[in-house]
Design a binder for this molecule. Sequence first.
Ligand SMILES: [Zn+2]
Length: 470
Amino acid sequence: MKYDVVIGLEIHAELNTNTKAFCGCANVFGSPPNTNCCPVCLALPGALPMLSRAAVEKTIAAGLAMDCQINELAIFERKHYFYPDLSKAYQISQLVRPICTGGGITLKNGKHIRLNRIHLEEDAGKLLHNAVNQTSMVDCNRGGVPLNELVTEPDISSAAEAVEFLEEIRSRLIFANVAECRMEQGGMRCDVSISLKPAGSKTLGNRAEIKNLNSFKMVARAIEFEIKRQTEVLNSGGKVALETRRFDEGSGKTISMRSKEQEVDYRYFPDPDIYAVKITKSDIAKVRDNMPVLAYQLKEQFVTKFGLPEYDADVLTRSKNVAMFYLDCLNHLGEPKKVSNWIMVDLLKIMNDKSTETIPVSSAYLAEIIKMVEDKKITKAVGLQLLDMVIEKPQPPSALAQKMGLLVTITDAQILDILNALKKENPRVAEDFKSNKERVLRFIVGHVMKHTQGKAKSENVERLIYKTFE
Ligand SMILES: [Zn+2]
């Protein structure tokens, strides 16, 4: 039997604010346990939360980046549950009136994936389990870090669509300076809910929810596995259980965690400690005016303004680092396509070999190297050698080339030798030159360049041609 696959995503992204959502504690990753905490985020009795304006503004920016509607009134609610990493026994979140509703993203195949909402909430702390001495410890540093939760409508129908959607969401959050989305640090996590229904049917099947996937590869593998598992259940006449599952990376399987039938009631109610937030048109305009250019907008600019091929524009805008670096290089040098070639082919390869996303050289130095190659002061091979050396130890490339004797130097005497030899071998060239200067000049320049591997300076060559042949 043929089935339609119905997938919805819930994506959590930690905002890159300086402080936590409801207190002044630092929002940084990797500090020693329990060093970024205060009475508010530890939920000590009597402590009162204070909403961060930056967290609200970044949520508005996320909404604008995804074409959401920004609501005039936002309300914060308490979502109650007990877990050792949640000192308050409730999470401050949003249910009835989130900051953003609607919006969505159109995939390359033209399909529009709708968002239901983006809301602002706080992250929980973290449990550190030690299997050796059988202890669990709690680190509250992450407790209270602002999160955006993006919830889609069930519009996705394959692992490939889910991954493309997530990549685009990630790109927009990063370019809009809302979140860093460092997946390896848990800065972006995803829950997938997935069900199957007979092809064409309008009735949704029971769904399984797979929690806490922290790489796109895991999302794709979990979806592929679930499609297979649910197809087998349905084909054998069974019923898919409504449940929460987790993905086991080792086996590539999803495993049941708990049945949804006994799902807890979170007893949401408006948090009496936090005022409702009024978001005015001018608040939204302020965020919109400061909104950085997003990847898809830059890509379009690279094609129309700089005449780059679609492929180049795509590669250069895949990471914000690289796109901004490209623009910096253009500021130094111009030459959009030449700079693009150096970055796409040479620099990205070096970064790939080093497995780093950090650009290892300054835009000024790379532009200087490209210019030397374009001016034929050095060969491309020497340019690449210089690039390696400058990455190893940052220093001005032209001074380095000079010091190491890497500059191409073709003397006037060498050019004259070539010209005189040509004149002797082929006396007609001199006669032709007198009658048809422009065409023959081009021919002779080409001849000299061929004999010097392009290392001669063309203005020197022209000057000497007139001297020899006129
Ligand atoms: Zn705090």
